[in-house]
Design a protein around this ligand. Structure first.
Ligand code: ATP
Length: 361
């Protein structure tokens, strides 16, 4: 038995002259939560609609459960979808909304009842079976939509920005709920979101898409800690980007001249003489008082003027303008003593070679 529940092989989708998906290869593992992430228009929804059967690929092959499903109608796939706006039936109560699909398949009423009640228990709406849809909060409506999509135990549940209509606090709570419901059912979740935090919190793996192609696929930690492209470094989390040129590579460490400073970083695929971009996450940058001014030949360290301080509860973000007119952000956990530096101060920024991701341009 294959460990993959869905496989896309060289899937292309064009709309007239426009290519929405460009030879996408993707294997989705049974039971995982896989998130599709990327800028607007990169093809996330199109990819999901192809798995659901609402669109057919222009070229390529789709396997579900190891079987060719490229041209299979949606109702013959073991796949359900939850939409952003829930698409519940307003003229039916909660119970009848969840029961709808089962009754359509002429399931005996006794069985319908036990399945619907089990699902309402799963989404913690046991006491709401007879409520009308317009009497529910956004979070409760989302739970009904989930119960309705899971009641016939699909192999794959597609969730298209399911939390976008909810406010922040409920969204965070619903993320935990989604994880619990996923773990209890063992269903494979394919999740589309614009929100990187959601992707990081929820996903086993993230597919970062860009212009109809997969830019990078990996765990949230992989994408954040080891981006393979400049696009990924910039899109997934905040980062500082410096430009430079490789002046040497020794023992896996690259020396990069970036304006007036020498940066040492972990070298992966770069060679001497190449122009590169450097990604350094704000939380990897240390900020301190200037004791010695700008020293010629400073390594992984630069002096600058603190321009802006943003206090975000547990964190402080310092924005520093450096001599070569670029801005570097530094983020630190707020010390008990409070914010340590003020705008206008000269400060020294420094970071370790392990914090520098060296990227080909
Ligand atoms: P968003 O995050 O904004 O929802 P997305 O990543 O989900 O974007 P898609 O909806 O998959 O992007 O669209 C990918 C591209 O394909 C877009 O440029 C879109 O305009 C185009 N597209 C999608 N559906 C059609 C269609 N039926 N006809 C023509 N173009 C389409």
């Amino acid at each position: 038995m294959s460990k993959y529940i869905v496989e896309l092989n060289s899937v292309r989708k064009t709309f007239g002259p426009f290519t929405a998906l460009n030879d996408v290869n993707l294997k989705i593992e049974k039971g995982e939560i896989l998130t599709l992430l990327g800028p607007s228009g990169c093809g996330k929804t199109t990819l999901m609609r192809i798995i659901a059967g609402f669109e057919e690929p222009t070229k390529g092959e789709l396997l579900i459960g190891g079987v060719d499903a490229t041209h299979l109608p949606p109702e013959r796939r073991s796949v359900n979808m939850v939409f952003q706006r829930y698409a519940l039936f307003p003229h039916l109560d909660v119970f009848d909304n969840v029961a709808f699909g089962l009754r359509l398949r002429n399931m005996p009423e006794k069985e319908v009842k036990s399945k619907v009640l089990a699902m309402l228990h799963l989404v913690q709406l046991d006491s709401m079976a007879n409520r009308w849809i317009n009497e529910l909060s956004g979070g409760q409506s989302q739970r009904v939509a989930l119960a309705r999509a899971l009641v016939n135990h699909p192999d794959v549940l597609l969730l298209d920005e399911p939390l976008a209509a909810l406010d922040l606090k409920i969204r965070h709570h619903m993320l935990k709920e989604l994880r619990r419901i996923h773990d209890e059912t063992g269903t494979t979740f394919v999740y589309v979101t614009h929100d990187q935090d959601e992707a990081m919190i929820l996903s086993d793996r993230v597919v970062l898409m860009n212009r109809g192609q997969i830019e990078q696929l990996g765990s949230p930690q992989d994408l954040y800690g080891a981006p393979e492209t400049l696009f990924c470094a910039k899109f997934f989390g905040e980062t500082n980007i410096l430009e430079g040129q490789v002046t040497g590579v020794n023992g896996g460490v690259a020396d990069i001249q970036s304006s007036s400073i020498l940066v040492k970083g972990i070298a992966r695929k770069v060679k001497e003489g190449e122009s590169v971009s450097l990604s350094i996450r704000p939380e990897s940058v240390n900020i301190s008082e200037v004791l010695d001014g700008n020293v010629h030949g400073d390594v992984n360290s630069i002096v600058g003027t603190l321009e802006d301080v943003t206090f975000i509860g547990s964190r402080v973000v310092y924005q520093v303008r450096t001599g070569n007119a670029s801005t570097i952000n530094c983020q630190e956990t707020r010390p008990v003593s409070g914010v340590r530096h003020k705008p206008g101060e000269q400060v020294r920024l420094s970071w370790s070679p392990e914090a520098v991701v060296v990227l080909n341009q």
